[in-house]
Design a protein around this ligand. Structure first.
Ligand code: HMG
Length: 377
């Protein structure tokens, strides 16, 4: 039975900071951020937007593509930026999406790898429950302390995809190569809002993991690099993915995979799948029957290299226009606004626009209050 991605879309904040502005303020050559790191803008999140609100927006883009929402009987929320270590972020979105209550909802966590863990879990689940559809959300907002080397690689986005049988976009193949090692390259203690990291160690371990995972994948699958048509990488910043591509196969479409990530920034669990969407939306060719490989890396660390075959009529499932409209309508913020949003001293929940129709309207007694603007109209 064919199982894989049946529909997919992403969402990000309405606001961004240009990295030219950040470079000027930090007294860094603009070329370093643009070419050395490979990033142009980063999404910045206002107080009324979080991993839940952008997740709802991403999911709403694809729900109209499935015949019956009642077939969704599992929702897996992949994130490393949750605000609650008990309640699943997925539960907040479940009722806004109008899903049935006979549905399992839970979060998964392993840094940027988590949405890939969710995908492989969902594939196994659909294999034994043929009529089931699983909604996977990967949603993260990446924050580093101001002035650190990670600062220009902040960002955030949510990706939503449905895993089902007879997928209309991508059939996931059985082969994979995985690699887990205990390493302190990036972590966020519960008490902290900003992640801690060892940048050089993380970049080194990313490339080492790629080498090990690809070796295992090719050994297990009996495929050769010449059997691969395109590769999408986890892209914490563009240069990291370009280095990975140089190490592996020098795929010509690496630039198309990075178009969205270069103006969103690192979106952790969503990043690899934003690379895939970026390739599909922006590279004008017929991908049907092509083999796409994926490299997922989550610090700490777990990495996986796997592949899929593009379905024949995938084109009608793409959301390219919606993605491009959303990105073109974003609003640039000044450096002082960025500083104020980053330090969280701006608590006026109504001063900013949301990307979608559900907003975080406030936090009362430590309870987050989400409101649909459609209900208010
Ligand atoms: P850095 O140390 O400030 O940068 O930050 P650098 O000095 O290494 O320079 C970067 C590149 O810019 C170099 O090129 C320089 O030559 C070039 P490279 O040698 O790499 O090819 N450069 C210039 N180019 C043009 N004009 C100039 C100029 N100056 C320098 N004037 C670092 C780099 C990776 C350390 C930083 O971005 C960082 O700490 N990032 C956060 C950690 C990270 O993203 N790691 C990536 C791998 S780990 C991962 O992907 C997991 C993660 O997503 C988290 C998760 O799993 O949850 C992070």
């Amino acid at each position: 039975m064919k199982i894989g991605i049946d529909s997919i879309a992403f969402s990000t904040s309405k606001y961004f900071l240009s990295l030219d502005v950040l470079a000027q303020q930090r007294n860094v050559d603009c070329e370093k951020y643009c070419f050395g790191i490979g990033q142009k803008k980063m999404s910045i999140f206002p107080p009324n937007e979080d991993i839940v609100t952008i997740a709802i927006d991403a999911a709403q883009k694809i729900l109209s593509q499935i015949e019956n929402k009642k077939d969704i009987d599992m929702l897996i929320f992949a994130t490393e930026s949750s605000f609650d270590i008990s309640k699943s972020a997925g539960i907040y979105i479940h009722h806004f999406l109008g899903l049935k209550d006979d549905c399992r909802v839970f979060d998964v966590k392993q840094a940027c790898y988590s949405a890939t863990a969710a995908l492989q879990l969902a594939k196994a689940y659909v294999n034994s429950n043929h009529r089931s559809k699983v909604l996977i959300i990967g949603s993260d907002i990446v924050r580093y302390s101001p002035g650190t080397s990670g600062e220009p690689t902040q960002g955030g986005a949510a990706v939503a995809f449905i895993v089902s049988q007879n997928p209309r976009i991508l059939e996931i193949e059985p082969h994979f190569g995985a690699y887990t090692t205990d390493i302190m390259d990036f972590w966020r203690p519960i008490s902290m809002k900003e992640a801690l990291f060892d940048g050089k160690l993380s970049a080194h371990n990313y490339l080492k993991s790629l080498e090990i995972c690809t070796k295992r994948y090719f050994e297990k699958s009996n495929l050769a690099i010449s059997d691969v048509d395109h590769v999408c990488f986890h892209a914490p910043f563009g240069k990291m993915a370009r280095k990975a591509n140089n190490q592996l196969l020098k795929s010509k479409t690496i630039e198309e995979t990075l178009i969205y990530n270069s103006i969103i920034g690192n979106s952790c669990s969503a990043s690899l799948y934003v690379s895939f969407i970026s390739l599909m939306d922006n590279f004008k060719c017929d991908f049907s029957k092509k083999r796409i490989c994926f490299f997922s890396y989550g610090s700490g660390s777990v990495a996986e290299f796997f592949s899929g075959i593009i379905s024949e009529n995938y084109k009608k499932m793409l959301k390219a226009e919606e993605h491009q409209t959303m990105l073109s309508q974003r609003i640039e913020i000044s450096f002082s606004e960025y500083e104020s949003l980053h330090s969280n001293d701006f608590n006026d929940f109504s001063a900013y626009q949301n990307v979608g129709n559900v907003i975080l309207s406030g936090i009362v007694d430590n309870k987050r209050i989400y409101v649909s603007m459609e209900d208010n109209n």
